[in-house]
Design a protein around this ligand. Structure first.
Ligand code: PEP
Ligand code: MN
Length: 336
């Protein structure tokens, strides 16, 4: 981190800034130029509040030259992380997974039917929402605890590991047998939830917030990792832009960007990004070609009557075709 001082800084204010930084465990290297003096801070600056320093009278600007995330940073962990998702399903470091299933668990027959179909088509992990973060309080809110119970039945039936979204800390005991806990886009910065998840040691699939930067996503991953759980999977699910045609805009640059910045695996969710079933196959193929570590795709046995996200859900037949096409693309995927 570099602190750029204003011209002729007040000596006693400068001395107290330097003493404070040293007390924080940093080495302060002062360089005096003709017009400007800069302080180079050496050490772990992750805990330092750059805005606080920037607000001081003697300070013109503060620039970070190293990223504030450490555990998620590829610089300190060059090898790709491989996440063990349960029942032999590995994700990351060359292990590719398709996560598929309905937006919401709606009933026993529905989840078992879809689970069997996606497994037969090549999915390695079953998704299903039990707690649903809906924009409208009048929309279907999910079967909650009952939804988790049904998902566990589908897991027992198919052997597929399962993933479901948690919305708050009090729901955690219900997730004991859930293999991967999903943190949705709307909860990406629910820091208390992230801290608590850090104590679980379970794989956590962390979705990028609707208007979050890659750095913010990685800082949220850092919350989980700093609690002791390094099993974080990043997920790009589309961001808010000015475009109205699609539900969100799939930011495929997430794959090369996050691969550069972090060792954590990156999964692409084209379903929530596009919001339109027809767009899911081309976006999935593009993500696979770009070198994503996995895909999360919504599949429903009867999309027209789905209780949530029917318009973006593939039928099992469409999913099966797509899964075969992804398998054909995979050998040509970009290697990082
Ligand atoms: C979901 O995966 O069901 C979901 C609600 O996704 P997101 O948080 O990306 O909107
Ligand atoms: Mn959905």
């Amino acid at each position: 981190m570099v602190v750029i001082l204003r011209e002729n800084p007040n000596e006693s204010q400068l001395q107290s800034l330097v003493s404070w930084l040293e007390a924080e465990g940093l080495e302060v290297r002062k360089t005096e130029g003709q017009y400007q003096t800069i302080l180079g801070l050496v050490g772990d600056t992750a805990k330092i509040d750059a805005d606080l320093i920037r607000s001081m009278d003697i300070v013109e600007d503060v620039r970070r030259i190293s990223e504030p995330y450490k555990s998620a940073n590829r610089k300190f962990h060059p090898a790709d992380s491989v996440i063990d998702c349960g029942n032999g399903a590995l994700l990351g470091g060359g292990h590719f997974q398709i996560i598929a299933g309905p937006c919401s668990v709606e009933g026993e027959e529905q989840i078992i039917t879809v689970a069997r179909a996606v497994k037969a088509a090549g999915a390695g992990i079953l998704r299903g929402g039990a707690f649903k973060p809906r924009t409208s309080p009048y929309a279907f809110q999910g079967l909650r605890g009952e939804g988790i119970r049904l998902l566990l039945l589908a897991k027992a039936d198919t052997g597929l590991p399962i993933i479901s979204e948690i919305m708050e800390v009090t729901q955690l005991p219900l997730f004991d047998e859930v293999d991967i806990i999903q943190v949705g886009a709307r909860n990406m910065q629910n820091f208390e939830l992230l801290k608590e998840l850090g104590h679980t040691k379970k794989p956590i699939l962390l979705k990028r917030g609707l208007s979050s930067t890659f750095q913010e996503l990685l800082m949220s991953a850092e919350y989980v990792m700093s609690g002791g759980d390094n099993n974080v999977i990043l997920c790009e699910r589309g961001i808010r832009t000015f475009e109205q045609y699609t539900r969100n805009t799939l930011d495929l640059s997430a794959v090369p960007a996050l691969k550069t910045l972090s060792h954590l695996p990156i999964v692409i969710d084209p379903s929530h990004a596009a919001g339109i079933a027809k767009m899911v196959p081309p976006l999935s193929l593009a993500a696979a070609a770009a070198g994503a570590d996995g895909l999360m795709i919504e599949v429903h046995n009867d999309p027209a009557h789905a209780l949530s996200d029917g318009p973006q859900s593939l039928t099992p037949e469409q999913f099966s075709e797509l899964s075969a096409a992804i398998a054909r693309i995979r050998p040509y995927a970009y290697q990082y």
